[in-house]
Design a protein around this ligand. Structure first.
Ligand code: LLP
Length: 432
């Protein structure tokens, strides 16, 4: 559920008309609903209440300081993948001791910073990494808390670019090698084996792959716990969201029928997993990103031109692939809605940006109400992997981000000033 809906014929985020935000902040514009972020976190937290657990929000999905603060205020920890993300947690007032540090390429300086901040655990992805963490910890006279990321080799049935739990992927250490890795790691003096971790992929919309992976892991986790006194088992993130129909998925009535619709809900996820996890007697960590932030944000854009070619109706907007790359990169679907509902007949349309790439589109051949220049559209479900994947491609400034809370709103990131795009660059002396 989320809090974007039409009131009369105007699209609202919580108590604020998006139109009001457009007037004040311009476009392209990311708009986040604080109530939706909090609601998703709380739903998952409540569903998992049958086990001792910690939700570590995967902040790679949305790392705006106000988003992080909203979740930190609710007790969330964070799944981080760089020292930059850890700096953000600290800046946002989050607790580094509730952070798990993931990623296959941690540098020595990142490890040092994370150790100094006393992160909850490093999710290590290789033996050379374990050795490096041990060396850095020894130098700092510290003991590094460790879990190893197990690759359970389970097919998550999601997009090939976001599946991570099979041996075709670069992630984690193969299931069969894990016992040996823990045995060797236990001899490294500056490591403390604290847990074990898995993650099978992203945007998984059925409970079965999660259940299969947990079932496969259970005997291994039980053995490792007994041998190394592990405290926690992290079951990763990956819970999928409803992209289609995004608007309907905001309403309670729609969710009431979700069970029949074969839709993943926190309750279904917990009902399938808790009976398996409870007997372990371990703390359960989770790393959801998209589930919390995905439907909590939209990208608002202005229609610059409508162009009809012999075969196509192109709606050219002021947002582009540099602002939201998911359709170009993953052929991802984002529902497109007008800010002011209209009764215009549907016409097959391509909504595209102004970047010089044919991949710069938000949808192709989609029946949409006939739009005209000057109108505004919302790209729904853009709260996860939206702004965080934005770039300055074509020297386009990063967009403004706004947070809404009831009737209140604030720019939580200003639109990037043009000169900041090249700040840090210079013309080499010999060219002058
Ligand atoms: N834990 C680990 C180890 C991960 O690699 C990821 C995501 C997560 C947790 C969070 O996954 P989530 O709960 O958000 O599904 N940019 C892509 C998604 C990439 C996901 C990368 N890893 C997209 O836009 O769909």
């Amino acid at each position: 559920m989320h809090q974007f809906r039409y009131v009369g014929n105007k699209l609202f985020c919580e108590g604020v008309a998006i139109e009001t935000l457009v007037k004040k902040f311009g476009t392209p514009l990311y708009v986040y609903s604080q109530g939706t972020l909090a609601g998703h976190y709380q739903k998952l937290d409540a569903a998992m209440s049958g086990v001792d657990h910690l939700i570590c929000f995967a902040m790679k999905s949305n790392s705006n300081l106000s988003v992080l603060r909203t979740l930190a205020n609710l007790g969330s920890g964070f799944d981080i993948v760089s020292d930059g993300e850890l700096h953000r947690v600290i800046k946002a007032g989050g607790d580094p001791r509730k952070c798990v540090f993931a990623g296959a390429g941690k540098t020595a300086s990142e490890i040092e910073f994370a150790l100094k901040q006393n992160v909850y655990a490093f999710n290590a992805e290789s033996e050379p990494e374990l050795e490096r963490i041990n060396t850095v910890a020894a130098r700092l006279k510290k003991i590094a808390p460790i879990s190893v990321r197990v690759n359970p080799n389970v097919e998550a049935k999601t997009h090939s670019k976001i599946t991570t739990g099979t041996y075709e992927d670069k992630f984690g250490i193969a299931f069969e090698q894990i016992e040996g890795v823990y045995a060797r790691a236990s001899k490294l003096k500056n490591l403390r084996l604290r847990g074990v971790q898995m993650h099978i992929g992203s945007q998984i919309t059925e409970t079965t792959p999660f259940e299969q992976a947990v079932r496969k892991m259970l005997p291994l986790v039980t053995k490792l716990k007994a041998r190394h006194a592990l405290e926690f088992f992290s079951i990763g993130g990956g819970l999928g969201i409803v992209y289609k129909p995004a608007l309907a998925s905001g309403s309670e009535a729609w969710w009431k029928t979700a069970a029949a619709k074969n839709i993943l809900t926190p309750q279904k996820y917990a009902d399938r997993l808790l009976p398996l996890l409870q007997p372990l007697g371990m703390k359960i960590l989770m790393e959801p990103g998209r589930f919390i932030s995905g439907n909590a944000g939209i990208l608002v854009t202005h229609v610059e031109y409508v162009k009809r070619t012999g075969r196509k109706n192109f709606v050219i907007v002021d947002a582009a692939m540099n602002d939201l790359i998911r359709p170009a990169f993953y052929e991802a679907y984002h529902e497109i809605l007008p800010l002011a509902k209209k009764n215009a007949p549907a016409i097959s349309s391509d909504v595209v940006g102004g970047v010089c790439e044919s991949g710069d589109y938000f949808c192709k051949d989609r029946p949409l109400p006939k739009f005209v220049a000057g109108e505004h559209l919302a790209l729904m479900s853009a709260g996860a992997y939206g702004f965080v994947m934005a770039s300055n491609y074509n020297s386009r400034p990063l967009t403004c981000e706004v947070l809404v809370h009831g009737k209140k709103f604030a720019a939580v990131r200003e639109r990037q000033a043009m000169k900041e795009i090249w700040s840090g660059e210079q013309v080499a002396d010999w060219l002058k």
